[in-house]
Design a protein around this ligand. Sequence first.
Ligand code: FAD
Ligand code: UDP
Length: 372
Amino acid sequence: MRVAVPRTLITGAGFAGSVVARELADAGRKVHLIDRRSHIAGNAFDEHDLHGVQIHRYGPHIFHTNSERVWTYLSRFTEWHPYEHRVRGVVNGKHYPFPINRDTLNQLYGLDLDEEGAAAFLDRVREPRDPVQSSEDVVLNSVGRDLYEKFFLNYTRKQWGVEPSELKAGVAARIPVRTNTDDRYFTDTFQAMPLHGYTKMFENMLDHPNITVELGVEFSEVRQRAGFGHVVYTGPIDAYFDYRFGRLPYRSLRFEHEHLPGVEQFQPVGTVNYPNDHAYTRITEFKHLKGQQHSGTSIVREYPQAEGDPYYPIPNDENEALFKQYQALAEVEPGVSFVGRLAEYRYYNMDQVVGAALVAAQRLLGQLAPQI
Ligand code: FAD
Ligand code: UDP
């Protein structure tokens, strides 16, 4: 007699949920993937706006990775448009290369430093910190107070709503400091944008006879239905447990999209950061990311806020302790796997989520009852 194996229910059609869905499907398991939003691709969702410019609804998503495994995996579902992201930071009305490099120092202070000179300069101005625990420590330890105050202090306050001294070192440590003139935001081996967009890449990933997708539905509704076996949950972990220990803080953003007709180019690079001016942190001009030709241009401003959709876990000791309480519940929750940026409360980039999802899927395939 054939016994029907229950379908796996996956909540969240972002990178975490979609990669697990595809891995299970390829291994012959049937999965049902749901999302409360009306689209797939999670926060990486992109679309053409009313004017035909490809934009990212939830802010700029630049793909970069050093993981050949992740790169090869995603390359099954998309071709790529080579793209190296560049950013400028505005200080006192002037644009400077960011992350800080030798050109930043020379332009800011009217110097003519070579590589050794730049290293010696930083060595002179840095405020050594030992141990390096907070984001304030990281920056002061590497570039000293003046550069900290010009580029980091106010941006970080605005982005997170807390002082850099109250954030783990890892937040500011995402940003390198260079004594050469490399002005790329990332130096990863693989840097590119999905040629036809993230959404198309997700469509290809989810195009499998073993995967069904249902959008605009809540996990709590679908879970009531019969016929599901294991659950993979990629939403906020505190919501799953009905905020039993209180809310885990996530930072939110409001995205203000604007199309500028007749403006061929709004700014010289993909993203311009405004550490000290405005309520927004940065402006991204999407045409740079894919080299799209258009007589107008589309930009997005990011306004950080406390309320709204959860976008960033806020890395500090208190929040991590609270997360650990939820994690302890998650570990003994029968038949449920927690994967992704919101469920693992980790400041993951996209490639790290793909990596974590591949590992989670492998583990899960080892645990699930064999398919008959
Ligand atoms: P998500 O993409 O958040 O997907 C989770 C999904 O679960 C959501 O679609 C949500 O609607 C759904 N969901 C949650 N709860 C429920 C529920 N109860 N019922 C039904 N559905 C539910 N990474 C980079 O590598 N490069 C970048 O340049 C970059 N830029 C970023 C810019 C911004 C503004 C933000 C916010 C993030 C950026 N990231 C970037 C990080 C990237 O977005 C994440 O690493 C990645 O999208 C996380 O994937 P995920 O599947 O874990 O979560
Ligand atoms: N940061 C800053 N000034 C900048 C850019 C970044 O102080 O001009 C700090 C800030 O705390 C930010 C962190 O570095 O949150 C990480 O920046 P990243 O650009 O990686 O943030 P994301 O793209 O994830 O929002």
